[in-house]
Write a protein that binds this ligand. Structure first.
Ligand code: FAD
Length: 504
C-alpha cells in the first residue's frame, strides 16, 4: 500500500490493535472503531472475561510483534510475561496420595509465556494514541457496511449509561476496512452479502468458567510480597476423561484458572452448587487445598458459563475494500493456546502480502498506459485475493488441531504410547538434528511454519516411526531385545514414567 490510504479497523482487541499499528507504521490514515469503552479506563474489562486474564503467547504472536516496526514494543510486552516451560500434570495415585508431574514442552528448553491479555492490548493502544495518523473511537458499534461504495455505519453508544443507550448513528467512508471484531464479527456478517463466503461454525459440547487461585500474601507495610502457591513456570492441568481444570500464572502471584466441562455437568452442578467442592475433590484432586470451597462456589455462581465456538470461513476478503482477521476469520477452541497467536500472525502475513503488492505499484511507470490497473486499490485487491488464497488452509488446520488437542490435554497426557512417541521424536531431534525432526507441539508453538506444513511433517514423522517399529520388530535383534525387555520390564516402566511429555 504505497500511497497513504484510509484504513478503518473494526475491533480494538489484541488483533485489531496490532493491525492498526501495522497500518499506521506504513503511513496510512488509520481509524479504529471499538464497540466497548476504552480498556485503559478503570473498571473496563474485556468482552466475555470477568477480569483481565492471562493467555499463553508463543512464537507466532511474538514474531508478529517483532515485525510491527515499533522499537521497544516486544521488549516492553515480554518484560511482564512469565515463561511456562511445560505442563504440570496433577492427579491422585491409586493409593490416594497426590502427585505433580512436570512435562517439558520442548527438549531444547523453549517456553511459552503467560501474558496479561489486557496489558498487551493497552500497550498497543498507548502507542496508537501517540501516533498522529491514528484516531481511536470507543463505544462505536459497527451496524452496517457497503463494501462496494466503501461506506460503513456505527452506532455511537452512551458510555455513561449502564443501559447502553443509542445516542446517534454516524456514517464514514474508507479505502480498506479490516474486520478484527471477534467471533461474532459484524464485518464478516456484512461481508457475506458481497462475496460467496463459505461459512461453518460448531459449538462443542463444552462450557468454560473462570476461577482464581490467589497468591499467598505476606504483607509487610514496606514491601507487600506475593508468593505463587504452585509453580509459576508451568501451565497446570488437572486432566479428567471428560473434564479439565487448568491454571495459568499472573505476575501478581495469582493464577487464572479455567474449568472446561460438558454442558450437562454444568447443569447438574448449577442445580446444587453445594456439590461443587466434592466434585472437584473427585475429579481435580488438590484444587480445594488451593482454592477454598466457598471461593469455588462463589466463582461458579458469579462467573459466566460460556460456550466454545470453532469457525471457519473463506474467502476472507471482498475486492480491495474489506478483509477479516483473527477470531473474526477463524475463532477456535482454546486448547492449543493459538487463537490470539494465529490472529496476530494473520496481521503479519496480511501486511507482508500488501507490502509486496504495494512495491509492484511503486515500480510501475506512472506514465505508462497500464497505470489504471496499478492504482493502490487494484494492487490491494490482488493482495487481498492472495491473502484469501493462502491463509484459510493454515487457519483451518490450526482450528482442527485445537479441537484434537482437547482430547490430548484431558486424556492422552498420561498415556505411555503418547509419551513414547514424544520421547522418540525428541531423541531424533537432539541426536539427528539434520533430519529436522520435532514434535508437533514444538512446530506449532516455537516456529512460524504454516500450520498445514506442521500437520504434513508431523504425519510423515508418525509414518516413519511406524515403519521403523515394524522393521525393528521383524529383525532377530528385536527378539533378543524383547526377551531382555521382558526380563527388565520393571526398570523400563520406571524410565517411561520419568520421560518428559509435552503437548499443551
Ligand atoms: P477479540 O479479542 O474477540 O476482540 C474483538 C474486539 O472487537 C472486541 O474488543 C469487541 O468488543 C470488538 N467488537 C465486536 N463487535 C464489534 C462491533 N460490531 N463493532 C465494533 N467493535 C466490535 N489464545 C491464545 O493465543 N492463547 C491462549 O492461551 C488462549 N486462551 C484462551 C482461553 C479462553 C478461555 C478463550 C475463550 C480464548 C483463548 N484464546 C487464547 C483465544 C483468544 O482469546 C482469541 O483468539 C483472541 O482474543 C482473538 O483476538 P481478536 O482481537 O481477534 O478478537
Amino acid at each position: 500500500m504505497g500511497k497513504p490510504q484510509k484504513i478503518v479497523v473494526v475491533g480494538a482487541g489484541p488483533v485489531g490493535s496490532l493491525a492498526a499499528l501495522y497500518a499506521a507504521q506504513r503511513g496510512h490514515d488509520v481509524e479504529v472503531y471499538e464497540l466497548r469503552p476504552d480498556l485503559r479506563d478503570p473498571g473496563t474489562i474485556p468482552l466475555n472475561f470477568t477480569r483481565s486474564i492471562n493467555l499463553a503467547i508463543s512464537e507466532r504472536g511474538i514474531n508478529a510483534m517483532r515485525h510491527a516496526g515499533q522499537p521497544g514494543l516486544l521488549e516492553h510486552v515480554m518484560a511482564s510475561t512469565i515463561p511456562m516451560r511445560g505442563r504440570m500434570i496433577h492427579g491422585r495415585r491409586p493409593n490416594g496420595t497426590l502427585f505433580e508431574h512436570s512435562q517439558d514442552y520442548d527438549v531444547k528448553g523453549r517456553a511459552i509465556h503467560a501474558i496479561d491479555r489486557a496489558g498487551l492490548n493497552k500497550r498497543v493502544l498507548d502507542i496508537l494514541d501517540d501516533m498522529p495518523n491514528v484516531k481511536l473511537f470507543f463505544n462505536h458499534k459497527l451496524t452496517g457496511a457497503d463494501y462496494r461504495t466503501c461506506k460503513a455505519w456505527f452506532e455511537v453508544q452512551d458510555s455513561n449509561s449502564d443501559n447502553v443507550s443509542r445516542a446517534e448513528e454516524i456514517g464514514i467512508s474508507f479505502d480498506l476496512m479490516i474486520g478484527a471484531d471477534g467471533a461474532h464479527s459484524a464485518v464478516r456478517y456484512h461481508l457475506m452479502k458481497f462475496t460467496r463466503m463459505n461459512y461453518q461454525q460448531e459449538y462443542i459440547d463444552t462450557l468454560w468458567c473462570e476461577f482464581q487461585l490467589k497468591p499467598v500474601r505476606t504483607d509487610t507495610a514496606a514491601e507487600p510480597l506475593s508468593r505463587f502457591r504452585i509453580s509459576p513456570n508451568h501451565l497446570h492441568i488437572w486432566p479428567g476423561k471428560d473434564f479439565m481444570f487448568i491454571a495459568i500464572p499472573s505476575d501478581d502471584g495469582s493464577f487464572t484458572c479455567t474449568l472446561f466441562m460438558p454442558s450437562k455437568e454444568f447443569s447438574d452442578l448449577e442445580s446444587d452448587t453445594s456439590k461443587l467442592p466434592a466434585f472437584f475433590d473427585s475429579h481435580f484432586p488438590g484444587v480445594t487445598d488451593l482454592i477454598p470451597a466457598e471461593e469455588l462456589i462463589e466463582s461458579f455462581n458469579s462467573n459466566p458459563h460460556l460456550p466454545l465456538i470453532s469457525l471457519k470461513c473463506k474467502p476472507y476478503h471482498y475486492g480491495s475494500s474489506c478483509v477479516v482477521v483473527g477470531d473474526a476469520a477463524h475463532a477456535m477452541v482454546p486448547f492449543y493456546g493459538q487463537g490470539m497467536n494465529a490472529g496476530m500472525e494473520d496481521v503479519r502475513i496480511l501486511f507482508s502480502i500488501l507490502d509486496k503488492h504495494a512495491q509492484m505499484d511503486e515500480t510501475n511507470d506512472p506514465a505508462s498506459e497500464a497505470t489504471t490497473s496499478t492504482t493502490p486499490a487494484f494492487q490491494r485487491s490482488l493482495a487481498l485475493a492472495e491473502y484469501s488464497a493462502v491463509r484459510p488452509a493454515d487457519a483451518h488446520a490450526i482450528n482442527d488441531l485445537a479441537l484434537q488437542n482437547y482430547v490430548e490435554m484431558r486424556a492422552s497426557v498420561l498415556s505411555t504410547r503418547y509419551r513414547l512417541r514424544k520421547f522418540l521424536e525428541e531423541f531424533m531431534s537432539v541426536h539427528f538434528p539434520t533430519l529436522g525432526w520435532q514434535t508437533k507441539y514444538s512446530r506449532v508453538s516455537f516456529s512460524n511454519e504454516g500450520y498445514m506444513d506442521v500437520i504434513r511433517k508431523s504425519d510423515a514423522q508418525g509414518r516413519a516411526l511406524v515403519r521403523s517399529f515394524f522393521a525393528l520388530a521383524a529383525s532377530p535383534f528385536a527378539v533378543t531385545a524383547a526377551l531382555l525387555g521382558y526380563k527388565y520390564r520393571r526398570s523400563i516402566g520406571n524410565i517411561l514414567r520419568a520421560l518428559p511429555n509435552g503437548y499443551p
